[in-house]
Design a protein around this ligand. Structure first.
Ligand code: NAP
Length: 184
């Protein structure tokens, strides 16, 4: 039976450091399609979800473009158009496939792209469809006195959620400068 959802989100790489973002989207009532290869990671996320009925596990390697396309298209047909995508992937090609597919089914949608600090200085070019509002969340580091460290998963997810709620076109979690103080 087709179960069309009013709110359908997709999290590319949503079983790792963005797990809390996937769970938050479910709490917000989004049917949430989550991409990641490992069944164990999907199972762990599913166990944590208080709204596990809203989780749609897409166990696919996003480098397998035909399977990626098939799985996303099936999800859209089952749950309705995707209006919100959160992406943590270094693969521009995979993300452009997602962009093209999502755009086919909806008038307007949002892409929240999570990016490592390298891309703050030297970003990859991404083809963004005209019906998509794209925004970037850069991951920096934390400086505590003389000591610096990378962000925790909790800090990353909380920063991404804050960014989505803010409506900003760009956010930085932590700091990028002074760049020479970043952790090794
Ligand atoms: N500035 C910072 O502080 C900063 C920046 C970047 C990273 N980090 C840290 O570095 C750690 C490692 O980063 P990570 O990139 O491994 O992040 P991660 O979020 O732990 O894992 C990546 C996510 O993408 C999925 N994924 C990876 N390759 C995939 C593929 N080919 N197809 C489909 N899904 C795929 C993973 O699931 P599967 O493995 O199951 O596919 C997982 O859900 C993170 O834990 C984070 O704390 C810190």
């Amino acid at each position: 039976m087709v179960k069309l959802s009013e709110k359908h989100a997709l999290v590319v790489g949503g079983t790792g450091m963005l797990s809390e973002v996937s769970l938050w989207l479910m709490e917000m009532g989004y049917q949430t399609s989550v991409i990641g290869r490992s069944k164990e990671k999907h199972d762990r996320l599913m166990k944590k979800a208080t709204h596990s009925d809203l989780m749609n596990s897409l166990k696919v390697d996003y480098h397998n473009h035909s399977l990626l396309e098939e799985q996303i298209r099936k999800s859209i047909q089952k749950y309705g158009p995707i209006s919100l995508v959160v992406s943590w992937t270094p693969s521009t090609q995979a993300l452009e496939i997602v962009n093209k597919l999502v755009s086919e089914y909806i008038k307007h949608w949002h892409l929240y792209q999570v990016k490592g600090s390298r891309r703050y200085f030297n970003d990859d070019i991404l083809n963004v469809p005209s019906n998509c509002t794209q925004s970037s969340i850069y991951l920096g580091f934390i400086l505590e006195g003389n000591h610096s460290r990378w962000l925790t998963h909790e800090e990353i997810s909380a920063g991404v959620i804050q960014h989505i709620q803010s409506g900003n076109s760009e956010s930085l979690i932590g700091r990028i400068h002074p760049y020479e103080k970043r952790p090794n």
